[in-house]
Design a protein around this ligand. Structure first.
Ligand SMILES: NC(=O)c1ccc[n+]([C@@H]2O[C@H](COP(=O)([O-])OP(=O)(O)OC[C@H]3O[C@@H](n4cnc5c(N)ncnc54)[C@H](O)[C@@H]3O)[C@@H](O)[C@H]2O)c1
Length: 256
């Protein structure tokens, strides 16, 4: 199956590091023009430099709803966005009774409000053009629950709810709306993450990693290209009859 995304513009939030970087690179390799939206412009530019002429970058703090609205308006007025990938996210793992209100608010704004607002701003253009792909990177935490990630899991479950409900509204315009639920997905190299990445703050000992990997039937955790391949497929014409779904890309970590 040859996937051809030429003549398509894909917006990828959080496209600078790790999963978003993998998604941006594979979309570009499939022919799409890519616009990365990220707060870490240095790392975003490093990613763009890997595919000269294919990837542009734009700054935005997606945890700020006003900035997201301004960005959405700018994109709606100046760009023809065919593919929206809501990927940017963040979790600071901590028991819920220890989380302060500001942290809960932040995780909801970045992981749920930003995808809702950006999708709201870009969907009218897709409706007018009668084509579009909206793909959100959710999480297995939002499907099955995860200790120390209560607000984040609530936000990711919300993203899956957005996906299901919006698919009912826009299918008649040829627009599909899907989500992906990764489990643990680690960068392949330290160059794949910048200072904006939550992965830079995680140190896991080899013993801990060996224990984690045992829970994955495929014998390894995920890497960005695993998620990116699913995004590229969902963005393609070939996936035009798949909508309202959340696709687990998790190496069999959770089976349902
Ligand atoms: N990596 C995993 O194990 C895993 C598992 C399940 C779900 N996810 C989800 O996948 C997505 C990507 O995860 P990742 O591991 O690649 O994350 P990451 O932290 O490595 O990268 C996130 C990217 O988003 C950008 N970003 C963060 N906050 C931002 C903000 N306020 N405004 C603009 N940009 C911002 C960062 O600069 C970075 O480029 C997230 O939504 C995450 O919740 C990740």
């Amino acid at each position: 199956m040859l996937i051809d995304l030429q003549q398509r513009l894909a917006v990828v939030t959080g496209g600078a590091s790790n999963i978003g970087r993998g998604i941006s690179l594979q979309l570009a390799d499939s022919g799409a023009q890519v616009l990365i939206i990220d707060k870490d412009l240095v790392q975003a530019q490093c990613t763009a430099d890997l595919r000269p002429g294919k990837i542009r970058v734009m700054a935005c703090d997606l945890s700020d709803p006003l900035q997201v609205q301004t960005l959405g308006q700018r994109l709606a007025e100046n760009e023809v966005v065919d593919i929206l990938v809501n990927n940017a996210g963040w979790v600071a793992s901590e028991y819920f009774e220890k989380k302060d209100l500001a942290e809960i608010d932040f995780e909801i704004r970045l992981n749920l409000i930003a995808p809702l607002l950006l999708t709201r701003m870009l969907v009218p253009g897709m409706i007018a053009r009668k084509r579009g792909r909206i793909i959100s990177v959710a999480s297995e935490a939002g499907r099955t629950g995860q200790r120390t990630q209560v607000a984040y899991s609530a936000a990711k479950a919300g993203v899956m709810g957005m996906t299901r409900s919006l698919s009912h509204e826009v299918g008649r315009y040829g627009i599909t709306v899907n989500a992906i639920a990764p489990a643990m997905t680690l960068p392949e190299s330290s160059e794949d993450v910048g200072v904006g990445s939550m992965q830079t703050q995680r140190n896991r000992s080899p013993e801990m990693m060996a224990k984690i990997v045992k829970a994955y039937p495929m014998g390894r955790v995920g890497h960005p290209p695993d998620i990116a391949a699913a995004v590229v497929f969902l963005a393609s014409d070939q996936a035009g009859f798949i909508t309202g779904q959340t696709l687990p890309v998790n190496g069999g970590f959770i089976t349902t």
